[in-house]
Write a protein that binds this ligand. Structure first.
Ligand code: 5GP
Length: 192
């Protein structure tokens, strides 16, 4: 999506460790008008799917997941990063290695908010090696629900995430696909 690519070109900064920093409109300050346009695009791309809920991971997925859920007029649920390793009986849990923090988080969601038979759209801000999306999909499947699709704002297409998700049969829709990024030479995108 040109709109998002242009914004990334203009305001994104490439950090060591293959991290793209876009704090001015996504990860710290949020441009809600842009987020609304991106949510509208997810709505169009997944319009042929039945979506009962939108699921994301706290904290950075919440803004885009909320606006996307508003388009579908369904609830938004966010998985929490558990502070303890004691897993409650009322929670589904999965392990997610965090790309940006280089540690494994246990992520949890209450059994009250994911039910068998529901179709769940997963939304997240970034796709790198796919660990966050795979952990969210695991929560969905533990509940006996189905992944309706995975919507990503920024995919780093030079990393392994998409391949792993598609191998599992999930449909992945990304609004910007970074082909390469380098602190010196800048960012290029996958051509449509
Ligand atoms: P994955 O689990 O696919 O390896 O990484 C996705 C998660 O890590 C996202 O939820 C996002 O929060 C974080 N992440 C991965 N790469 C980047 C990046 O380049 N920039 C930022 N800001 N977050 C990233």
């Amino acid at each position: 999506m040109k709109l998002l690519e242009e914004r990334i070109q203009k305001e994104g900064r490439v950090l060591p460790g293959d991290i793209l920093k876009i704090d001015s409109f996504l990860n710290h300050q949020i441009d809600v008008v842009l987020m609304d346009q991106l949510a509208e695009e997810f709505y169009h791309r997944f319009a042929c799917e039945r979506v009962d809920k939108v699921l994301t991971l706290e904290a950075s997925g919440i803004a885009s997941a909320t606006l996307t859920a508003l388009k579908f007029k369904v609830p938004m649920v966010f998985a929490k990063k558990s502070k303890t390793s004691n897993i409650d009986d009322d929670l589904y849990s999965a392990q997610a290695y965090s790309y940006t923090h280089a540690r494994t988080n246990t992520i949890v969601v209450s059994k009250a908010f994911l039910k068998a038979g529901e179709r769940i759209l997963i939304v997240d801000d970034f796709l790198a090696n796919g660990q966050a999306s795979l952990a969210l999909a695991s929560l969905v499947e533990q509940a006996g629900a189905t992944v309706a699709g995975i919507g990503i704002l920024v995919e780093k297409a030079h990393q392994a995430g998409r391949g792993l998700l598609e191998e599992k049969g999930y449909r992945v829709e990304s609004l910007a696909r970074v082909a390469s990024m380098d602190p010196e030479t800048g960012i290029t995108f996958v051509e449509d």
